[in-house]
Ligand binder design. Structure first.
Ligand code: IMP
Ligand code: MG
Length: 177
């Protein structure tokens, strides 16, 4: 696979379609086992997680529900300086076993803001599935329960992840050169 251009920047191949699918199958197998006999509610965070969510969901053999939400940021006065409101979270989470689906945990800021809000809804349990994690970028430590890849602190695109709106349709993940 060659180096590609997205907008003004060059990206080189990093994770192949096959590597990505292999890891997602492993995550699905772990969830199938951990949640056997249960009926978890997946909450996928748009936009970045749409491909990961779709592929992960197809590999599940247990009963499961899914909903898609969007986190809209607005200026707030928390320590992190950002606050989010969850658009589309119209399901009742009381007593549910919830699994968040994220494309990437970078600084951890997004989930650090969002998880306490979800806990207010009193789910029976709450876990995180993330395709990518950048340990060196973490500012707000988040426990990722199901992880695809731990990656270096370099910007990536593809498989749902964008650079300024483009690159989401790539089947592979590319890293900034
Ligand atoms: P965090 O709040 O810093 O953990 O980052 C959350 C969001 O930033 C992710 O869900 C992505 O949408 C976006 N993001 C972080 N790193 C990257 C990257 O390398 N490429 C594309 N999007 C990213
Ligand atoms: Mg995201």
């Amino acid at each position: 696979m060659p180096v590609i251009n997205v907008h003004d920047k060059k990206f080189s191949p990093f994770l192949s379609e096959q590597e990505i699918q292999q890891q997602i199958k492993k995550i699905a197998a772990a969830i199938n086992e951990d949640y056997a006999g249960m009926r978890p509610m997946f909450i996928a965070i748009l936009n970045g997680s749409f491909m990961f969510a779709a592929d992960l969901f197809k590999y599940l053999t247990i009963d499961a529900e899914i909903c898609f939400i969007k986190l809209a940021s607005y200026k707030g006065t928390t320590s992190s300086g950002q606050m989010f409101t969850a658009i589309g979270l119209d399901v009742d989470l009381i007593g549910k076993d919830v699994i968040i689906i994220e494309d990437i945990v970078d600084t951890g800021r997004t989930l650090n803001e969002f998880l306490p809000k979800l806990m207010h809804q009193q789910p029976a349990s709450l876990k995180i599935a993330a395709l990518l994690h950048k340990p060196d970028a973490v500012k707000f430590p988040i426990r990722v329960d199901y992880l695809g890849f731990s990656i270096p602190n370099k910007f990536v695109v593809g498989y749902g992840l964008d650079y300024d709106g483009l690159g989401r349709n790539l089947r592979e993940i590319y890293q900034l050169v």
